[in-house]
Design a protein around this ligand. Structure first.
Ligand SMILES: NC(=O)C1=CN([C@@H]2O[C@H](COP(=O)(O)OP(=O)(O)OC[C@H]3O[C@@H](n4cnc5c(N)ncnc54)[C@H](O)[C@@H]3O)[C@@H](O)[C@H]2O)C=CC1
Ligand SMILES: C[C@H](O)[C@@H]1OC(=O)[C@H](O)[C@@H]1O
Length: 256
């Protein structure tokens, strides 16, 4: 068990990558809090995932709070502290990627994407960091960025800058928070099959193209991110901060 009795928060923990990370942290002995947007469907998914976490013999709690709301960061931290007493690891994972062409990108789609993925991450990480500083004995912060922090996407012109921003945020917070013993790292998934790309990957040509570009020969699953997240949260990564860990089956390295 790498995270026994640690207290972990995972945003966007109701499904997909966040859910897989939350469950793996629980398997490793952590109490886990999760959040997602405040809708009826999301509340149902949060409650179901929290039950799965608790079934692993640890404590769990959930909060329905939309990432783009400036008050959300504080609410998440309060929920974790009220349920567990403290916060050891904060994993900012919530995100959206509404695929859309550049020349006619609606302003509201662009602004919502930036608000959820980058502004939401900034203020949630700030709230988590303040709690860790108050506790006085360090901590770990992980942001789920993307391979898209490093490369572009013609239908992702609103999205890729947010993922580059989140990677940059982890680099800068690693410097700002290093003196407090708080490590900050970014996970960069490749193409992982989840609801975020269900429609995009429904096109058999697109799917075959992405599989063909991936040296390991398959798309990723949410569980592929879970082990790397536990590693970065754990003491095995005690001297790792400001790092970017690609988890992409080799996709980024494959030029030809
Ligand atoms: N699936 C992929 O291929 C890749 C995903 N990522 C990133 O991984 C993260 C998780 O995405 P997936 O699990 O793939 O997608 P997903 O759609 O399965 O999960 C997204 C999570 O974020 C939550 N969320 C969405 N909007 C929210 C909002 N306004 N406020 C709070 N929570 C909200 C959802 O409820 C859900 O829990 C995202 O940040 C995404 O950008 C990065 C690289 C590749
Ligand atoms: C949603 C996309 O399929 C996914 O998101 C990313 O960050 C990568 O660019 C993948 O293509």
């Amino acid at each position: 068990m790498l995270l026994k009795d640690r207290n972990v928060f995972v945003t966007g923990g109701s499904k997909g990558i966040g859910r897989a990370i939350a469950l793996k942290c629980a398997e490793h002995g952590a109490n886990v809090a999760i959040s997602a947007e405040d809708t009826a469907e999301s509340r149902e998914a949060l409650a179901a995932t929290a039950d799965e976490i608790a079934a692993l013999g640890v404590r769990s709690t959930w909060v329905a709070a939309s990432a783009e709301d400036p008050e959300t960061g504080e609410r998440l931290v309060e929920a974790a502290v009220s349920a567990f007493g403290r916060l050891d690891t904060f994993i900012n994972n919530a995100g959206i990627c509404p695929f859309h062409s550049f020349l006619d990108m609606p302003r509201e789609t662009y602004l919502k994407t930036v608000d959820v993925n980058l502004n939401g991450a900034y203020f949630a990480v700030q709230a988590a960091a303040n709690q860790m500083v108050k506790q006085g004995d360090g901590g770990a912060i992980i942001a789920v960025s993307s391979i898209s922090a490093l490369v572009g996407g013609g239908m992702q012109t609103h999205y890729t800058p947010t993922k580059a921003g989140v990677l940059s945020l982890m680099q800068s917070t690693a410097i700002a928070l290093g003196p407090h013993g708080i490590r900050c790292n970014a996970l960069l998934p490749g193409t992982i099959e989840t609801d975020i790309n269900r429609d995009d990957l429904a096109d058999p040509d697109k799917r075959a193209y992405m599989e063909g570009r991936t040296p390991l020969g398959r798309l990723g699953t949410p569980d592929d991110l879970a082990g790397p997240a536990v590693f970065l949260a754990s003491d095995l990564a005690q001297y790792v901060t400001g790092a970017a860990l690609l988890v992409d089956g080799g996709l980024f390295a494959n030029l030809q």
